[in-house]
Ligand binder design. Structure first.
Ligand SMILES: O=C1O[C@H](COP(=O)(O)O)[C@@H](O)[C@H](O)[C@H]1O
Length: 229
C-alpha cells in the first residue's frame, strides 16, 4: 500500500523528497561502503535534483544510475543522463559515480545486453529508487502502449529495450523486478494534469492501462508518493 504525502507545491515536494532520499542514503553509508541511487528523468525531477545536490552526503561513495533512458547520446537535449549530470551531479555531488544506461552500441537491444554485467555489479539492494509518472501512466520507460510492456513487468533480466509508439525515441528501461531491488521507492508527481491520473492509478484497474500501478500495488518495497497539485 503506497503512502501518499501531499505538499503545497512542486518545490516543497521536491525539498521534502530530497531530505527523505538523503536520509535514506546516509543510513546506508553509515553501515556500508557504497550505495546506489536510481533516478528518473523527464521534467519533474529538476527541483528535486537541485535540492538533493545541496545535501551533505558522502557523495564520493554514491553510485547514481537511471531508471530509464531515451535512446539518444548524452549531448542530445532529451538525454536523461545529461539532465542528471546538469542538475544533480554538481558541486560536491559531482563526486558521485554515474553509471549511464546509454552507450555507443548499434541498437538499444545491444546496449541492454552490454548493461547486464554493469548492472549486476552494482550493490543490492539499491539505497533508493526515485520514479516519475508520465501523463500516460508510464513509469521508468514501461509504457502502456509498448510491445515490451509485459516483458518489462515480468522479466528477471535487469534492463530491456523498449519501443513505445507514443514516444519520440526508443528507450532503455530497468525492469520492474530490478526497480524493486531497493530498500525504498519514491514516486514524485506534480501538476494538475497528473492529479486525476494519480487518483486513477491509486484506484482499481489493470496494470497494463497504467503501468505505474505495478509500483504502487506491490508490497515488497515501501513506496511513498511525493505529490503536489
Ligand atoms: O520520459 C520520461 O517520462 C517520465 C515522466 O517524466 P515527466 O517529464 O512527466 O516528469 C520519467 O519518469 C522518465 O524517467 C522519463 O524518461
Amino acid at each position: 500500500m503506497a503512502r501518499l504525502l501531499e505538499y503545497a507545491d512542486a518545490e516543497t515536494a521536491a525539498a521534502a523528497l530530497a531530505l527523505h532520499v538523503a536520509g535514506r542514503l546516509r543510513a546506508d553509508l553509515d553501515s556500508q561502503e557504497r550505495t546506489v541511487l536510481v533516478v528518473s528523468g523527464g521534467k519533474s525531477p529538476v527541483p528535486f535534483f537541485r535540492a538533493l545536490a545541496a545535501q551533505p552526503l558522502a557523495w564520493e561513495r554514491l553510485i547514481v544510475t537511471l531508471a530509464d533512458e531515451r535512446w539518444v547520446p548524452p549531448d542530445h537535449p532529451d538525454s536523461n543522463e545529461a539532465l542528471v549530470r546538469r542538475h544533480l551531479l554538481t558541486g560536491r555531488a559531482a563526486a558521485a559515480r554515474m553509471v549511464p544506461l546509454w552507450s555507443a552500441s548499434a541498437t538499444p537491444e545491444a546496449a541492454a545486453q552490454a548493461l547486464v554485467p554493469v548492472l549486476a555489479a552494482l550493490p543490492r539492494p539499491f539505497g533508493q529508487v526515485v520514479l516519475g509518472m508520465g501523463e500516460d501512466g508510464h513509469v521508468a520507460s514501461l509504457f502502456p502502449d509498448a510491445p515490451e510492456l509485459q516483458e518489462g513487468l515480468r522479466t528477471a533480466e535487469p534492463v530491456l529495450a523498449v519501443h513505445p509508439g507514443a514516444a519520440p525515441h526508443p528507450r532503455l528501461s530497468l525492469s520492474l523486478a530490478t526497480l524493486l531491488q531497493s530498500r525504498d521507492l519514491a514516486l514524485l508527481v506534480s501538476g494538475e494534469p497528473k492529479a486525476r491520473l494519480l487518483e486513477r492509478a491509486l484506484g482499481d484497474g489493470p496494470v497494463e492501462e497504467l503501468p505505474v500501478r505495478a509500483v504502487l500495488r506491490q508490497a515488497a518495497v515501501p513506496v511513498s508518493v511525493f505529490w503536489a497539485p
